[in-house]
Design a protein around this ligand. Structure first.
Ligand code: UD1
Length: 412
């Protein structure tokens, strides 16, 4: 990539990875087809489809665009290490497999290298619903003769944990109440999908979710929400280059705190039905302090991108990571490009510099890679980013979209 261009143009936002993955997993819960539209063409989506095929699902019309998934006869109840290690979200098949078939073996997850990321809350919740869960040979092995509803108090509002519990509870006997549930828009989207399949879930999007078990679920057809993290990443690109970026999308784009942070950085942002437009008018962004938190707070998946923005902004900023430990792997790479960033435990202090310089850098996880692309857009000379496969897990056609905005970017 070569930096220095002012971005100007339009981007069509893809369907949300983090809504697509749990909904694909939800297809396990019914013998009838679940048809999903606005499905993004991403490596993680293909990994989930491969996993569903291993379990016995028939997939028609895979990504891009849409897919119909039907699991009539299970062939296996096991999510193997080879798939799970490339995508942590494979854990999402645990709840639905256990809920419908009473058994699931899921390899312990790998995925993004961002801290320890345990799955104890998933396991404890399933145990309190009556499942027997053991760790054996690197696998989580869960069995039940019929789950029963339970009251589950989550110590932290885990996103995939909340989704797993909802999917386990929809076919359980009686009512399940999740306290301190994750409130992310993708959790609500999954609940809407499950309700369209015949589930009885109320309160999704709030801290207390109630699920009343039903006998079985039917097929359904759903459109996946636009990806708020992908959208936010392109808006930050517009802001960093002093440019103008217009986003187009179908459905509701929940940008929340990210829009507020962009306005604090000095961007003019307009929004309406199906579009958001950011105009920086050639200005250099101002530093913005951000501190990540569960929804409705500032998303941890946008932290690396705002670290990159602050690296070239005027002034000083503190960026604090409250959701994950060790999610500052991009900092060392941004420093190679000339950023002035001082690590302070769970925070980094960033002193904005006027210019970054191109250099070879290494992507370490999905959002860290995005921050390196953003930095390369404003770096003098050429930046070569290694291990970009991390990016393909979560950004659809990223080179095309950035090229369309006028960036000099190509895959080598
Ligand atoms: C999901 C998102 C990910 C996002 C994250 C936080 C998907 C597929 N991934 O990940 O993009 O960065 O939410 O918004 O939707 N924790 C435990 N024990 C558990 C589970 C979680 O201690 O059993 C901790 C984690 O280490 C972390 C916090 O809870 O500190 C929140 O993590 P969680 O919400 O579970 O993240 P994911 O669902 O894995």
């Amino acid at each position: 990539m070569s930096g220095g261009r002012t971005l100007d143009g339009e981007v069509v936002v893809s369907g949300a990875k983090n809504a697509a993955l749990p909904m694909l997993a939800a297809s396990i819960l019914s013998a009838e087809p679940l048809r999903l539209g606005n499905l993004p063409d991403l490596r993680d989506v293909h990994t989930m489809l491969s996993l569903l095929r291993i379990l016995g699902a028939v997939v028609d019309g895979a990504a891009p665009g849409s897919a119909s998934v039907r699991l009539a006869e299970p062939k296996s109840f096991s999510a193997p290490y080879d798939l799970v290690r490339t995508m942590r979200a494979s854990i999402l098949v645990l709840g639905p497999l256990l809920g419908r078939f009473g058994r699931a073996d899921v390899s312990l997850p790998g995925g993004c290298a961002i801290g320890a990321r345990p799955i104890d809350m998933h396991v404890n919740a399933l145990r309190s619903m009556g499942a027997e869960v053991e760790m054996r040979g690197g696998y989580i092995s869960a069995r039940s003769n019929g789950l029963r509803g339970a009251r589950i108090d989550l110590p932290l509002p885990t996103v995939t944990g909340t989704e797993n519990i909802m999917m386990a509870a929809v076919l359980a006997d009686g009512d399940t109440v999740i306290e301190n549930a994750a409130r992310e828009p993708e959790v609500r989207d999954l609940a809407d999908c499950l309700n369209a399949m015949g589930a009885r879930i109320s309160g999704a999007g709030e801290s207390r979710i109630r699920i009343s078990g039903v006998g079985q679920l039917r097929g359904a057809e759903r459109e996946i929400l636009p990806d708020r993290i992908e959208a936010g990443t392109y808006l930050v690109a517009g802001a960093m280059t002093g440019g103008r970026v217009a986003l187009r999308f179908r459905g509701e784009l929940a940008l929340g705190e990210v829009l507020a942070a962009l306005r604090n950085a000095g961007a003019d942002v307009r929004r309406g039905e199906g579009f958001v437009e950011l105009d920086m008018g050639g200005r250099r962004p101002r530093s913005v302090n951000v501190a990540t938190a569960p929804w409705p707070g500032f998303p941890t998946d946008m932290q690396a991108q705002f670290t990159a923005l602050n690296a070239i902004a005027s002034g000083h900023a503190l960026v604090r990571e409250n959701v994950f430990e060790q999610r500052f792997m991009h900092v060392a790479e941004l420093r190679r490009l000339g950023a002035d960033i001082e690590p302070l435990g769970r925070e980094v202090l960033i002193r904005g510099v006027r210019r970054l310089q191109g250099a070879p850098v290494m992507a370490t996880d999905l959002r860290a890679s995005a921050s390196l692309v953003l930095a390369a857009l404003v770096a003098e000379g050429e930046t070569v980013i290694h291990r970009v496969y991390h990016m393909d897990r979560g950004y659809e056609r990223i080179e095309d979209k950035f090229s369309g905005l006028g960036a000099e970017i190509r895959r080598v």
